[in-house]
Design a binder for this molecule. Structure first.
Ligand code: HEM
Ligand code: HEM
Length: 181
C-alpha cells in the first residue's frame, strides 16, 4: 500500500488548492467577469446618465475591472510553477514513489503526463505573462488554453478516480493523502 510522506502531502494539497484557484479565475473570466459583459453594463449605465461610449471603450473598461481578479490567475500559476520545481527536486531525490502494483500502471502514466502538461502550462503561462512569446503569441495562447482545459478534465477524472478507488480496493486512500500512513 502506498504511503505518502509529509512533504509529498503538503505538495499535493498546495497543488490542489492552486489548481482550484486557477479554475475559479478561468470560470470568472468566462462568466460574470467577462470583459464584454462588464463593458456592456458600464456602457448601459453610462448611457442612462447621458454619456455615450463606444464598444471598444466599453471593453477597455471591462478589461480594467477584470484585471485585479485575473492577477490571481498569475499568482496561482506561479505557485503551480514553483510547486512543480519542488516536485521535480523530490523525484530527483527519492524517485516518484509509485508502487509496483501493475493495476496502477496506467494511473501512474497519467500522473507522469500531468507533470509534463504542468511544465508546458508553467512555461507557456510565464512566456505570455512576461511577453516572451513575440510572433508566436497566438500559438502559445492556444497551447496554454487547450492544455489548460485538458488539465481541468484531469482534475475531474482524478477526483472521480480517487472516489472510485476509495470505494473499492483502496479504502483509506484519501485519509492517507491527508494524514500519511
Ligand atoms: C479534492 C481533490 C483531490 C483529492 C481527494 C485528491 C486525492 C489524491 C490521492 C488520494 C492521490 C494518491 C493516488 C495514488 O495512490 O496514486 C493523489 C495523487 C495525485 N494528485 Fe490528487 N487529489 C485531489 C486534487 C488534485 C488536484 C486538483 C491536482 C492537480 C494538480 C492533483 C494532482 C495529483 C497528482 C499529480 C497526483 C500523483 C502524485 C504522484 O504520485 O506523483 N490532485 N491525489
Ligand atoms: C496549471 C496551470 C495553469 C492552468 C490550468 C491555466 C489555465 C489557463 C486557461 C484555461 C486560460 C485561458 C482562459 C481563456 O479561455 O480566456 C489561461 C490564460 C492565461 N494564463 Fe493560465 N493557466 C495556468 C498557469 C499559468 C501561469 C503559470 C501563468 C503565468 C504566470 C499563466 C498566465 C496566463 C495568461 C497571461 C493568460 C491569458 C492569455 C490570453 O490573454 O489569452 N497561466 N490560463
Amino acid at each position: 500500500m502506498r504511503t505518502f510522506s509529509p512533504p509529498f502531502r503538503l505538495w499535493h494539497w498546495l497543488s490542489a488548492f492552486s489548481m482550484f484557484g486557477i479554475i475559479v479565475t478561468v470560470l470568472l473570466r468566462k462568466t460574470v467577469m467577462h470583459k464584454e459583459q462588464i463593458g456592456g453594463i458600464v456602457q448601459t449605465k453610462l448611457a442612462e446618465l447621458g454619456t455615450v461610449i463606444t464598444d471598444e471603450q466599453a471593453v477597455m473598461i471591462g478589461k480594467a475591472v477584470r484585471s485585479p481578479m485575473w492577477d490571481w490567475h498569475i499568482y496561482f500559476g506561479i505557485a503551480i510553477a514553483v510547486l512543480l520545481v519542488w516536485r521535480v527536486l523530490m523525484v530527483l531525490k527519492n524517485g516518484f514513489g509509485f508502487d509496483e502494483n501493475p493495476s496502477m500502471k496506467r494511473v501512474y502514466m497519467l500522473y507522469r503526463a500531468v507533470y509534463v502538461l504542468l511544465a508546458v502550462m508553467s512555461l507557456s503561462g510565464l512566456s505570455l505573462y512576461l511577453k516572451f512569446a513575440g510572433e508566436s503569441k497566438e500559438l502559445v495562447e492556444g497551447i496554454h488554453m487547450y492544455i489548460g482545459y485538458a488539465l481541468f478534465a484531469f482534475v475531474a477524472v482524478h477526483i472521480a478516480g480517487v472516489i472510485l478507488a476509495e470505494r473499492s480496493d483502496q479504502k483509506g486512500l484519501v485519509s492517507r493523502m491527508i494524514s500519511g500512513g
